[in-house]
Design a protein around this ligand. Structure first.
Ligand SMILES: Nc1ncnc2c1ncn2[C@@H]1O[C@H](COP(=O)(O)OP(=O)(O)OP(=O)(O)O)[C@@H](O)[C@H]1O
Ligand SMILES: [Mg+2]
Length: 259
């Protein structure tokens, strides 16, 4: 089943938003794959409560925003009160995806000098039950400083107490330094890998950098898996952080759907 027309390295989602297949066609095989990703993330942390989760990738245009938004929707659809945050301040998409203004957002919170943060001032309803959104806000000249700031850490602590699940779209690890910093303060990070595009060396480097920052890598999402019928799908795998990439190759112990 063709998910949608494939393009690489485009500004598509920045201008037009990510495709929300989990809303457009919740019974489709691809929507089911996103639910499987959610289930696998939960399995990876079965004894702990994963409350703050981010998606990142090695490079740009590997499918982060599409995966992040659809996985967030599956959490909301499962009845978890979810907040989806756009923390990719260089290539923000969330406002386009949900067709809302981006005059205020995460950067408003991070640049404000007020002692108290009022979530109602910046968080918006998405139109999907249980899903709230926080867009990037106006793009500042110093995104790395903001995302890696103490105020960002404080903000994450605040939202954690208001939502069952906080899901964050992060900039690519190899492109910007702030991703590592923020990832280390979250319960888990998932790496989005685009089949046939992301270079193995790039993935290894991204994993190294996240590990160096002491981020907890919960696994990876394989995007753009070519299905037998010629469509594109998503899979979830794990093995990073457990030496699997050394023992069994980069994608050792891969457990995935849609291929
Ligand atoms: N499985 C897929 N099949 C076909 N096209 C896809 C797939 N996943 C993503 N795309 C397309 O690839 C482009 C990049 O996707 P997306 O914006 O989700 O990635 P990103 O990693 O967030 O990119 P950016 O670096 O701009 O933030 C978009 O045009 C999107 O529609
Ligand atoms: Mg993106």
């Amino acid at each position: 089943m063709a998910l949608f027309k494939k393009k690489r390295g485009t500004d598509d989602t920045i201008k037009h938003g990510a495709q929300l297949i989990t809303v457009a066609d919740p019974r489709s095989a691809v929507a089911e794959q996103f639910r499987t990703i959610r289930t696998n993330i939960n399995f990876m942390a079965v004894d702990e409560n994963i409350n703050t989760l981010a998606f990142t990738s090695a490079n740009i245009s590997e499918g982060k925003s599409t995966v992040t938004a659809n996985v967030a929707i599956t959490y909301a659809q499962a009845g978890r009160k979810t907040l989806l945050i756009d923390a990719d301040l260089r290539r923000p998409t969330l406002h386009s995806t949900f067709n809302v203004k981006n005059n205020t957002g995460l950067t408003t919170v991070l640049t404000s000098e007020a002692d108290e943060i009022n979530l109602n001032d910046v968080v918006e309803e998405s139109g999907i039950d249980n899903l709230s959104i926080l867009t990037s806000g106006p793009i500042p000249p110093n995104p790395a400083e903001l995302i890696g700031s103490r105020r960002m850490e404080t903000f994450i602590e605040l939202v954690k107490s208001h939502y069952d699940m906080v899901i964050i779209d992060l900039a690519p690890v190899l492109e910007v330094s702030d991703t590592q910093e923020l990832a280390s303060h979250l319960d888990g990070v998932v790496l989005v890998v685009r089949q046939g595009v992301t270079q193995k060396a790039g993935i290894r480097r991204a994993v190294q950098m996240l590990k160096f920052a002491k981020a907890r890598i919960l696994g990876y999402v394989m995007n753009d898996i070519r299905a037998e019928n010629g469509g594109y799908g998503y899979g979830y795998g794990y093995g990073y952080g457990y030496g699997a990439e050394k023992k069994k190759g980069l994608f050792g112990r891969k457990k995935s759907d849609g291929q």
